[in-house]
Design a protein around this ligand. Structure first.
Ligand code: MLT
Length: 213
C-alpha cells in the first residue's frame, strides 16, 4: 500500500468495531502479507496492521539485526523497537485505531516483546509465537494491564525452553498477565497455535480491552 508511513505495510480496516486491532509481525524472510490469514482467523473482523521488517539478512526481511541465530544486536533491537513503536502510533492516528494487540511470530514475536518492554503504552498486549528474550538486561516496564500469550514449541531447535520460560517470568514480574502453553511441536506454526490464540483472544484479551474502553 503506498503510504508516507515509515514502514511498508498492509492495513485492513475493522469489520467489527468491538474486535481489537492487531499488529501482525512476521518472522525472518516473511513480509507484510504473511500473517494476514492468521490474523483474520484468530480474531475475525479485527483491523489488521501488518508492517514489513526493515532489516535485510541475505535479502530476507527482519525487524532487527542479529549476529548469529539467537544472538541479537541489542543496540539495533532497541533502536528498531522504538522505530516500530513510532510507526504504530503514526498508523493509529492515520487509521483511527486503538493501541493494537501485537501478534508476532519468531523474529516478529521478539520485536513485539522488545516493544512491550520499551514502549508498553503502544500495545494493548501481545501474542508471542516462538518468542525468546529480546534483551539480556530487561528494561523496567509497567505491564500491569497487559495480557500476554506466549506459545512455545517443545522441540523448537532455535529457542531453548529455558529461554522462553525466562521471557514469561520477566513479563510476569513486570506485571503482565502471562499464559505460556508449550506445544509438542517445533519452530513452525501449527493449527494448535491458531486454536490457542483464538481461544485466548476471546477469553483473556477481549474482556480486558472492553474494561479499558
Ligand atoms: C530471531 O532472530 O529473532 C530469532 O532467532 C528467530 C528467527 O527469526 O529465526
Amino acid at each position: 500500500m503506498p503510504s508516507d508511513l515509515a514502514f511498508i505495510h498492509r492495513f485492513e480496516p475493522a469489520q467489527r468495531l468491538e474486535a481489537p486491532p492487531l499488529l501482525l509481525l512476521h518472522g525472518t524472510g516473511g513480509d507484510e502479507s504473511d500473517l494476514l490469514p492468521f490474523g483474520r482467523a484468530v480474531s475475525p473482523g479485527s483491523a489488521l496492521l501488518s508492517p514489513r521488517g526493515q532489516v535485510l539478512e541475505h535479502g530476507m526481511p527482519r525487524f532487527f539485526r542479529r549476529l548469529a541465530e539467537g544472538v541479537f544486536d541489542e543496540d539495533d533491537v532497541r533502536r528498531r523497537a522504538h522505530e516500530l513503536a513510532d510507526f504504530v502510533q503514526a498508523a493509529q492516528a492515520r487509521y483511527g485505531i486503538a493501541a493494537p494487540l501485537a501478534v508476532g511470530f519468531s523474529n516478529g514475536a521478539n520485536i513485539a516483546a522488545a516493544m512491550l518492554l520499551l514502549r508498553p503504552e503502544v500495545l494493548a498486549g501481545a501474542v508471542l509465537l516462538r518468542a525468546m528474550v529480546p534483551l539480556t538486561e530487561t528494561p523496567k516496564a509497567d505491564l500491569r494491564d497487559k495480557p500476554v500469550l506466549i506459545v512455545s514449541g517443545q522441540f523448537d531447535p532455535i529457542i531453548p525452553a529455558s529461554n522462553a520460560a525466562q521471557l514469561a517470568t520477566s513479563l510476569t514480574r513486570a506485571g503482565a498477565t502471562v499464559e505460556h502453553p508449550v506445544l509438542p511441536t517445533g519452530h513452525q506454526l501449527s493449527q494448535a497455535d491458531l486454536t490457542i490464540a483464538k481461544q485466548w483472544m476471546s477469553n483473556a484479551a477481549r474482556p480486558r480491552r472492553q474494561d479499558a474502553l
